[in-house]
Ligand binder design. Sequence first.
Ligand code: 16G
Length: 259
Amino acid sequence: MSAADQIFAMLKESSQSGAPLYLQLRRSIEEAVNRGLIGPGDALPSERDIASKADISRVTVRKAVQDLVKGGILVQRHGSGTFVAPRMERVEQSLSRLTSFTEDMARRGMNVRSVWLDRGLYAPSPDEMMVLGLSSTELVARVARLRIANDTPLAIERAALSANVLPDPEAIGSSLYAALETTGNRPVRAVQRISATNLGDADARLLEVPPGVAGLQIERISYLASGKVIEFTRSVYRGDAYDFVAELRLTGPGEELRP
Ligand code: 16G
């Protein structure tokens, strides 16, 4: 069956639902993708073909398709048409180990690279002063990177550290934690807060996803063994690419719950 036929068959299944036509069509295309009837990279039939086959207006088809493009299910390439978006291989990341991005990806055999968005010494923001314990006369080292694994941009990480710890942000190689290790400043503990976000235009463009799609906002505050805060990092991860996994255990008798 052709892609148009698959979508049409799905649409016939849902035509009893009473939902607006564009919604029925959107769901039919989504269902055809979810069931693997049309796969990643497959071309969607033209707006005109879908409209005539399903006997609905082109405006309705366009609205359904635009919704799916916004949701990241379909991608539009200028001049060549609309396609099913390539499927992301999701990365599973344990929440119990304090590892670096470079180590995490290397463990999975993925190639890591970063694009520098910013690195330099700045006057600290009130947040940075509070978290890093800096006074207004001290400087903060900011390191912002787009993190890419196997050519797919996965995250934007914006790290802030005291300039006393990282006096020359230009000197970091490919790994911040490796650089901190050389000066005995690699963190040993971290507290991480993860929340849902919709990606803004600029972040979405960098992560190569449509603006407004779901992402994960992560704030990591890392500590040295002495208890001193060493790193304050705010990151945005692609929601379709990352699963954070936590192992939970029933606390044994006599064991205390630690924060
Ligand atoms: C991880 C950390 C980030 C840290 C980076 C160091 C999260 C959410 N973030 O990505 O806080 O700065 O690793 O990676 O896990 P690097 O040593 O490869 O530069």
